[in-house]
Design a protein around this ligand. Structure first.
Ligand SMILES: *Cc1c(COP(=O)(O)O)cnc(C)c1O
Length: 641
C-alpha cells in the first residue's frame, strides 16, 4: 500500500483549510465546514454569526436562472467591515484618552457600483461614515445618495469651476463638504465663488510627504509623487487665504501614502511627518481641526501577516492605535487640541465583501502514457538513451537528467526533420521526455535550491483548468499588476486535491490565466485542485475581490459584465437575494463597441433570405438560423449550458 493511498483516505476538510490557508486570509469571514464546503461566516446582528455554504448559494442562484460566472456580494460583510474600522478607531481613541473623534470616508473610486455605495452609506450612517470623491461624477453620487449631514464629503482631485460650485452648493445644503487643494491655482476660484454664494468653504490641503513606502502601490508617496502640494505651494496657499481673510476656512490636512501599505513603520513615519506640518501650520494661524490620513490600510491577500506586498505586518487594531498615539504624542508636545482623525480606507472596507464564482469547463492534462518495457531493436540511439534517463532521475541528479533529455530530444527532432524517423517514433520519444520532466517536477520539492532552468517546469506541465470567466473583465489586477488573490475550490474539500493546475479563462488570450498563487510559505505558479469529473460541476471561488476590480475590468474578446448577486444572510441561516443583476447580453456588449444589434440582425436576415432565393437553404433552415442569431443576441456572453 502506498503512503499516498493512506494519505488520501485520511484527508479531510482541515487539511484543505490548511492547504489553502483560508484561516489566515479570510479575517474570520470564510472557513471550511465538515462537509468540505467553503462557508461564509456572516455576522447577523451584534453578536451572532451564521454559516452559509457558498455551494448552497451558488446552486440557489443557478436555480433562479443566474448562471456562472457570478460575482457574489455579501451585504453582511459590508456592514461588518464598516463596524470593524469604526469601532477599532473608537476603541483606540478610548484607550489612549484621545480627545478628538474618528470619521471615515469611503473613497468612491474603489467601488462605484450603486448598490455598494448605497450599502456603505446606509450601514455607515450610524458612524457618520462619509465618502471621498475624486471627480464631479463621484461628487454627484455622494450628493444624491448621502443623507446624513454629520458625515463628511472629501473632494480630492483637480477641480474646475463646476466642481467647485457643486461642492459649495453642498455646503449650502448643510453638508460637511471639504475641498482638498491639490494645486494653488484652485484657491482663487474657490475664494471668488464662495464670496458670490456667500458661504464659507471648508478647505484642506493635500501634502506631498517625503516618507516613501514599500509595496506594490507606492508611487503615490515620496517627493516625486504626482499628487499634493510641495512646501512652497503650501505657503502660497496660506498666504492667499490670509490675504482674502479666509484662513479660518483652512481646517484640514490630507495626505495619502499609497494603497496597500505592508509595513506599519511607514504609516507611523508618514503620520509623524504630517504632524510636523500640522504644528507649523497652526503656528501660521490656520485653525486646523481635521487630520486626514488617506487610504493605505492593507488587506492580507496571502495570509502571511508579513511585509510582503500582498500582505501587511499589522492588524487593524494596531493600525488604529499607532495612528491615534502618533498624533496624540506629536501634538501634546505643543499643547494643540486633538484633531478629528479621518481615514479613507477603500480596499480594507470592501475587498472581503465580494467573491467571484465560476465553474470549470474542461481540463487539459500533460500526463505521459506508460513507459514501454523494451524498445524494438532498430530504435534510434537517442530514444534508447531517453528510456535510460527515465530510470535515472533522482534528486541529486536533477540538473543532469534535465540537460540529458533536452539533448536527446533535440537529436530526435533532427532525425525527424531529416526524414529518418516517422511521427509515431517521435511520439514514443516525446512520451519518455514527458515522463522525465514529470519526475523532475515531483522531486523538485526536496531540492534546497531550484536551478533557474527548471523553475518554470511545474507551470509548463501543470493541468490547465479551462474555466468560465474572463480575467480581463473580473480580475483585471491579476492580469495588469500580477496581483495575488486567494483562489480555491468551494467544495470537495474532504478529498485531497491531487492535481497541480493553472486556471485559464475563456478569452483566447495567453494572458487570460491565473498562475500566481500564494501558499502558506511561498508563491507558486500552480494551484492544487481536484480531478475534474465530466458531467459534475466543479466550482472555484476567487476571494477578496470587492475592491478596484469591477470598474477596471474591460471587454476583452467581448466578454461583458458577469451576473451579480447581492446576498443578505438572515438570523435563521436563510439568505435573501437582495439584488440580482443579469450580466451584459451579447447585444449589450456589441452596443458598447458601437454596433447596432438591430442592424446586425437585419443584415443577417437579408443574407439568409438571399440564400433561400438562390436555393442554397430551405425556408425552415432560414428560420432556424434567424432564431439562433436572435437568441444569441439576447444571451449571456459567457459559456451557457
Ligand atoms: C485610492 C485612494 C484611497 C483608497 O486607498 P485604499 O488603499 O484602497 O484604502 C484613499 N484616498 C485617496 C486620495 C486615494 O486616491
Amino acid at each position: 500500500m502506498s503512503t499516498k493511498g493512506n494519505k488520501e483516505s485520511n484527508w479531510n476538510y482541515r487539511d484543505s483549510a490548511r492547504l489553502y490557508n483560508i484561516d489566515n486570509w479570510s479575517s474570520g469571514y470564510f472557513a471550511v465546514n465538515e462537509e468540505g464546503e467553503v462557508i461564509v461566516k456572516a455576522p447577523v446582528g451584534d453578536n451572532q454569526v451564521e454559516d452559509v455554504s457558498l455551494v448552497e448559494i451558488a446552486t440557489g442562484l443557478q436555480e433562479r436562472g443566474l448562471e456562472m460566472p457570478v460575482l457574489l456580494r455579501l451585504e453582511n460583510l459590508v456592514d461588518a467591515r464598516l463596524r470593524e474600522i469604526n469601532e477599532s478607531f473608537n476603541e483606540a481613541i478610548r484607550a489612549a484618552k484621545y480627545k478628538g473623534k474618528y470619521r471615515g470616508a469611503f473613497p468612491v473610486k474603489v467601488n462605484q457600483q450603486y448598490h455598494v455605495i448605497s450599502e456603505i452609506v446606509r450601514f455607515g450612517k450610524r458612524y457618520h461614515h462619509g465618502l471621498e470623491v475624486g471627480s464631479k461624477a463621484e461628487l454627484l453620487i455622494a450628493l444624491s445618495i448621502m443623507e446624513d449631514r454629520e458625515s463628511l464629503i472629501i473632494c480630492n482631485g483637480y477641480k474646475d469651476q463646476e466642481f467647485i460650485d457643486l461642492a459649495l452648493q453642498a455646503r449650502v445644503l448643510g453638508y460637511k463638504c471639504f475641498f482638498v487643494i491639490e494645486n494653488p491655482s484652485e484657491i482663487p476660484l474657490i475664494i471668488n465663488r464662495s464670496r458670490e454664494l456667500e458661504i464659507d468653504p471648508m478647505i484642506g490641503t493635500r501634502l506631498k510627504l517625503s516618507t516613501k513606502v514599500e509595496g506594490h502601490w507606492s508611487e503615490d508617496s515620496g517627493d516625486r509623487s504626482l499628487f499634493g502640494l510641495n512646501i512652497n505651494q503650501l505657503i502660497q496657499v496660506v498666504d492667499m487665504l490670509k490675504e482674502a481673510e479666509m484662513l479660518h476656512c483652512f481646517q484640514l490636512l490630507h495626505f495619502h501614502l499609497g494603497s496597500q501599505i505592508p509595513n506599519i513603520r511607514n504609516i507611523r513615519q508618514g503620520i509623524l511627518e504630517a504632524c510636523r506640518y500640522y504644528i507649523d501650520l497652526c503656528n501660521e494661524g490656520a485653525p486646523l481641526r481635521y487630520m486626514d490620513i488617506g487610504g493605505g490600510l492593507a488587506v492580507d491577500y496571502n495570509g502571511t501577516c508579513s511585509t510582503d506586498g500582498h500582505s501587511r505586518n499589522y492588524n487593524i487594531q494596531e493600525y488604529c492605535a499607532d495612528i491615534v498615539e502618533a498624533i496624540q504624542e506629536s501634538l501634546d508636545e505643543y499643547d494643540l487640541p486633538h484633531p478629528t482623525i479621518i481615514s479613507e480606507s477603500g480596499r480594507a472596507t470592501v475587498a472581503h465583501t465580494a467573491v467571484l464564482l465560476f465553474n470549470v469547463l474542461e481540463v487539459t492534462r500533460f500526463q505521459p502514457g506508460p513507459i514501454p518495457e523494451s524498445l524494438p531493436d532498430d530504435t534510434p540511439e537517442p530514444i534508447v538513451n531517453l528510456l535510460e534517463v527515465t530510470k535515472a532521475v533522482d534528486p541529486g541528479r536533477i540538473q543532469e537528467c534535465f540537460n540529458d533529455v533536452l539533448h536527446y530530444r533535440s537529436q530526435v527532432r533532427d532525425l525527424f526533420s531529416r526524414g529518418e524517423i516517422n511521427l509515431r517514433t517521435v511520439a514514443v520519444a516525446d512520451n519518455l521526455y514527458l515522463h522525465v520532466l514529470q519526475q523532475i517536477v515531483s522531486q523538485m520539492g526536496s531540492l534546497k535550491r531550484i536551478p533557474p532552468e527548471i523553475e518554470s517546469l511545474p507551470e509548463q506541465l501543470a493541468d490547465i483548468y479551462y474555466s468560465n470567466f474572463s480575467v480581463f473583465q473580473s480580475l483585471p489586477d491579476a492580469w495588469a499588476i500580477n496581483q495575488v488573490f486567494p483562489v480555491m475550490p468551494i467544495h470537495r474539500l474532504n478529498e485531497e486535491p491531487t492535481q497541480q493546475a493553472v486556471i485559464a479563462d475563456i478569452t483566447c488570450d495567453c494572458d487570460g490565466k491565473l498562475h500566481n498563487f500564494s501558499h502558506i510559505d511561498d508563491y507558486s505558479t500552480t494551484l492544487p485542485l481536484h480531478p475534474f469529473k465530466l458531467g459534475e460541476e466543479y466550482y472555484i471561488g476567487v476571494f477578496l475581490v470587492g475592491a478596484y476590480q469591477e470598474t477596471l475590468g474591460d471587454l476583452h474578446n467581448l466578454f461583458g459584465d458577469t451576473n451579480i448577486a447581492s446576498i443578505r444572510v438572515n438570523e435563521d441561516r436563510t439568505f435573501d437575494l437582495v439584488h440580482e443583476f443579469e450580466g451584459d447580453s451579447i447585444s449589450d456588449v456589441l452596443t458598447y463597441v458601437e454596433y447596432e444589434p438591430q442592424n446586425l440582425f437585419q443584415s443577417f436576415r437579408k443574407k439568409a433570405e438571399r440564400a433561400v432565393k438562390s436555393g442554397r437553404i430551405t425556408i425552415q433552415q432560414r428560420q432556424t438560423m434567424i432564431r439562433l442569431f436572435e437568441e444569441s443576441l439576447r444571451g449571456y456572453t459567457y459559456f451557457e449550458k
